[in-house]
Design a protein around this ligand. Sequence first.
Ligand SMILES: NC(=O)c1ccc[n+]([C@@H]2O[C@H](COP(=O)([O-])OP(=O)(O)OC[C@H]3O[C@@H](n4cnc5c(N)ncnc54)[C@H](OP(=O)(O)O)[C@@H]3O)[C@@H](O)[C@H]2O)c1
Length: 346
Amino acid sequence: MCKYNVGIVGATGVVGRELLLLIEERNFPLKNLKLFASEKSIGKSIDFRERLYPIEVINRKSLAHCDFVFGCASNEIGKKTAEILKDFSSIFIDNSSAFRYEQNIPLVIPEINGHKIESGTRIIANPNCTAIILAVALWPIHKSFGIERVIVSTYQAVSGAGQEAMQELENQVVQYSKNEPLSINVFPEQILFNVQSHNSAVGENGFNGEEQKVIIEVKKIFSYPDLKISATCIRVPVLRAHVESVNIEVKEKCSVEEILDVLKNTSGVKIINDPANNDFPSSLKASYQNLVLVGRVRKDLSSSDCGFHLLIAGDQLRKGAALNALQIAENIIGLKSEVKVQGCLS
Ligand SMILES: NC(=O)c1ccc[n+]([C@@H]2O[C@H](COP(=O)([O-])OP(=O)(O)OC[C@H]3O[C@@H](n4cnc5c(N)ncnc54)[C@H](OP(=O)(O)O)[C@@H]3O)[C@@H](O)[C@H]2O)c1
């Protein structure tokens, strides 16, 4: 079996660490592993499969000979990584938003538009976490009934803002319990016991960065520029997994049962829809899961026969980031005859 040299840029962050867990869990065919982070992490190492891997900084020498490089750092580092990799044959799968909106760079969720990866594709953008979770649940409905319009409101976990944000919530829990002042660095205000507007910058149109990503990215992933879609993104004091309340209007009249039937037969989706027991998707149920949870599918009483509500939950560190990125690599390996991964030596 072919094995691959893998590099992870941002290996000490929440997405990078999740990716390491998934490489192990899914038994990704690994030949060699190189782990990168900032200067401040030099001297640290990460234990993986009973071996200590030292953290390195990215440069032409350290990044050479990787078949796959996963970007799990900022846009700036994503661009720097891509610049270094330009002269190599590596495939760069980037979790940042640095390349998502470039027309010639595919923005990929394998089960929806994996075919966008062509022979010679060297950079693949991994979509925004909220957009991935939403798109995975809506795609099968769109394919069956045609989606006309989407309105999504989110309840997003703090880990979506990285390691430091997660630490901030945990610190505030301890500080609160000791009656100490709460330290606030990442979020604009206290996140403990507080539901607040997403912390990304608000643009001139009144939509914050996260909302704009969801709107633009779902259209690009679905190759559906005319999709009517709007979003409100909210941060809630949970550690992990995003929940999304979604209202849709479909083109072809259908029933709740028909929507549930379509979702039942979709890989990557799990239905949790038990009104009698009030058992529906939640952030805790979605945490550490690879599947996107969907439930509370019901008719929108304010709309015609074509309006529905859904509740979706997904682990944004898994399907919303690391898992989707790894699935892209797995997809490429599966398509090896079409997409050649040079440097596969074994
Ligand atoms: N968190 C999520 O749910 C999520 C979901 C989808 C996409 N994303 C995207 O994924 C990326 C990573 O997010 P994250 O949440 O994992 O952030 P994070 O926890 O803050 O981790 C950031 C990582 O970047 C590394 N880094 C910083 N400067 C670097 C440099 N000069 N060279 C190499 N690495 C450097 C950090 O290393 P040090 O430890 O040395 O600082 C750390 O490993 C971001 O672009 C984010 O927008 C995140």
